[in-house]
Ligand binder design. Structure first.
Ligand code: NAD
Length: 293
């Protein structure tokens, strides 16, 4: 079994971006600028945004955090989005999800200028991705692809099973894995909460990508000997032995599954860290106007 070590791979990618940014700035380019909108006080969202901002500082980006109370109206939030759309200094921005229930996430996502949509959630970026056109690929799928590339995992002709069909992970992942490119050329099965015989389907997976949000759901009997297992899940589980009061669990029972897998991502220290690299890469592309001129 080989570990797909998100910590090592992400730190390598960050140092590569940092070196490229230095060169870009030395050549007269503007420092890439990422802005984030954070609504409310959700603990996990606070952690994610803080870590995105910290990563920007590490690699030489400018970052801006706009915070709003949970009772902000949708109209006020749309105004904030519009001000970032119109700010020439901001290359890309994200609206951290989830948003409070009274705000439509789809409406907000669609209000983001696709050229600044470095999370890759706007329908134009999703559509361009589906058509194989240059697009911001959403950060988590981007991070998973990058892990497969850097580990040199053969994907062509393989059966890839994706558990979960969410807009931000499962669905884009399934589209990306069937594309006529590397990584890709898989025969993809996308599964979800209504899937019958999930275990049997998973047992035929050469590459199993798990994103359903149920801690340690996938056990060894779901996994074929030698499969590549990518665990996207991140759930906080109460843990009195930790200072924080919780520990982070993936959707895969790592200790049970690892002996059968050829490659496996740990949680924490796997896909989560790679996600930030996706965001940073997209922001740098935005600063260089690589996708939208
Ligand atoms: P989601 O809740 O939007 O979607 C979950 C999906 O799982 C749904 O499509 C549902 O049909 C499917 N599902 C639920 N129960 C199932 C079952 N018993 N069998 C088969 N399918 C089932 O989730 P999401 O936003 O895709 O997130 C999934 C997990 O990944 C969560 O733990 C989330 O925290 C984590 N996540 C991690 C990252 C990262 O950077 N590592 C990024 C995004 C999400």
């Amino acid at each position: 079994m080989q570990l797909l070590d998100g910590k090592a791979i992400s730190s390598q990618i960050k140092s590569e971006i940092k070196a490229e940014v230095e060169q870009w700035v030395a050549g007269g380019g503007k420092k890439p600028h990422l802005a984030a909108i954070l609504v409310g006080q959700d603990g996990a969202s606070e952690t994610y945004v803080a870590s995105k901002i910290r990563s920007c500082e590490e690699i030489g980006f400018t970052s801006t955090l706009l915070r709003f109370e949970a009772d902000i109206t949708e109209a006020q939030l749309l105004e904030a989005v519009e001000s970032l759309n119109n700010d020439p200094d901001v290359d890309g921005f994200i609206v951290q999800l989830p948003l409070p229930k009274h705000i439509s996430e789809n409406t907000v996502m669609e209000a983001v200028n696709p050229a600044k949509d470095v999370d890759g959630f706007h329908p134009i970026n999703v559509g361009r991705m589906c058509k194989g056109l240059p697009a911001y690929i959403s950060a988590t799928p981007f991070g998973i692809l990058e892990m497969l590339i850097r580990a040199g995992i053969e994907t062509s002709g393989k059966h890839c099973v994706v558990i979960g069909r969410s807009q931000i992970v499962g669905l884009p992942m399934s589209i990306l894995m069937q594309r006529n490119t590397f990584p890709g050329n898989c025969t993809v099965t996308i599964t979800h909460s209504k899937t019958q015989n999930l275990k049997e389907i998973c047992q035929s997976a050469d590459i199993l990508i798990v994103a359903l949000g149920r801690p340690e759901f996938v056990k060894a009997d779901y996994v074929k000997e030698g499969a590549v297992v990518v665990d996207v899940g991140i759930t906080r589980v109460a843990d009195a032995t930790k200072k924080s009061g919780f520990s982070i669990k993936g959707d895969v029972d790592f200790n049970d599954v690892a002996p059968k897998a050829s490659f496996i991502t740990p949680v924490p220290g796997g896909v989560g860290l790679m996600t930030i690299c996706g965001l940073l890469t997209n922001t740098f592309k935005a600063a260089k106007k690589e996708i939208y001129k």
